[in-house]
Design a protein around this ligand. Sequence first.
Ligand code: SAM
Length: 288
Amino acid sequence: MSATSYKPAEYWENLARDQLEQAEDAALLGAVCYAGAPLWLNRFFAHFQQRAVTGALRRMARQSDGGVMLEIGCGSGRWCHYLSASGPVVGVDIAPSMVRRARQLGRGPQFCLGSAQALPFADNSFELALSVTVLMHVPDEVKPACVKELVRVLRPGGAAILYERISPGIGAQVHPIPIDDWVRLFSDHGMRITRYEAYEYAPLLRLLHLASRMLPARARTSSLAADDVKRPAGGRLPMTAASLNGLPLPVRWAARLAVALSYPVEHVSRWVPGSRLANSALMVFEKT
Ligand SMILES: C[S@@+](CC[C@H](N)C(=O)[O-])C[C@H]1O[C@@H](n2cnc3c(N)ncnc32)[C@H](O)[C@@H]1O
């Protein structure tokens, strides 16, 4: 897939449809985390995303103040369903199959089809906007329009929680920017950053990925590089549980072991001074 051939609605719809066939992955983690990666690997990433997002929500103590919350790019609705315990929540996504699955997973939140750059809501409608790994998939020239929309629908004093990639990625659908650029993008639209936390160091998975690069090309059909596992347009998912099964047994064991050990290692990694080695960040902004 070339940089110019990324058609967001088509890409995410195809991904969601592929994943709908995976009965054991109701929340479509194989579409909303790392596309096509096995569930046990995506659960690792989802675990730390959840720590980041739920931690931010708890700190903001938004459990009972009654305003409506919005999730932009809600995917299968995993965050909307969590938020709906605290109050009314609306999820919007560009892919019809994502929205359908989100509706199937619970009745609390409302879900609708729409794009981040033209949100179908009135000005000042929401007290909180959440977006997890969505703007990192929006081409850089479109990002300002999305942020402008997010700010427009947020009431003054409202907050935005973002979890986005801050290190370079590969693939026409991956458009991360460094942390300073995220902060500038939001401050240019009247949002002040109030919190920042770095996530996804995953040193063991990086090592494993480097090691997998040394395997002969035929055995490398499934590398553990998160960036390599995005679905090519019209192609098969390059990394699936089945394709991992094609790897030599010691490599499969090493992969499972690396993921299991990565949980405690991730906690330790977060003490590494600075955030330059992190892949992702949680950012909290306030509309001034
Ligand atoms: C990586 S998934 C994350 C989904 C969800 N935020 C989560 O964390 O489970 C990205 C989601 O953003 C949606 N998306 C991508 N570009 C979008 C856009 N321009 N407007 C609205 N949704 C978009 C995709 O359809 C997909 O569901």
